[in-house]
Design a binder for this molecule. Structure first.
Ligand code: DQA
Length: 144
């Protein structure tokens, strides 16, 4: 069976490309989706790539990843990373491993970004490499 990887993106990531490019780079979310699609296909896997500005959608999609038998979830929860106990609970409620992803490195930024609820449930964290953070996380997820 083809490995299925969910790639879930949180609030404001739909604006990538024009959103604070000095921090997040010039790649759009569509560029990242296309890159990951190629990478997954080369490995004989498939990605389901989604973005929402709403916390509950991300929670529903984590549940769906489990129901669909996904091998892993890459999650860039964006601002919800630092605030959402409900997302942490959802990560803990499913058996599918979740890889935390960030374009920037939150630990080198404002102090309020140093706390990650997502990280408390994630299998690993890939941050600070721009769009490449997603590729590194996908590599790791596919190798398990
Ligand atoms: C981010 C880092 C978060 O702190 C921020 O709220 C984001 C993007 C990143 O990919 O670098 O929206 O998750």
């Amino acid at each position: 069976m083809t490995d299925l990887i969910f790639v879930l993106n949180g609030p404001n990531l739909n604006l990538l490309g024009t959103r604070e490019p000095e921090i997040y780079g010039h790649d759009t979310l569509d560029d990242i989706a296309a890159m990951l699609d190629d990478q997954a296909r080369e490995a004989g896997a498939e990605i389901d790539f989604r973005q929402s500005n709403h916390e509950g959608h991300l929670i529903d999609w984590l549940h769906e990843a489990q129901a669909e038998g996904a091998k892993a979830v890459l999650l860039n929860a964006a601002g919800y990373t630092h605030t959402s106990i409900a997302l942490l609970d959802a990560i803990k409620a499913i058996k599918v491993p979740v890889y935390e992803v960030h374009l920037s490195d939150p630990h080198t930024r404002e102090e309020f970004r140093h706390l990650s609820y997502v990280g408390m449930g994630a299998k690993a964290v890939f941050a600070g490499h721009g769009a490449k953070s997603y590729q590194l996380a996908l590599d790791a997820a596919l190798q398990v």
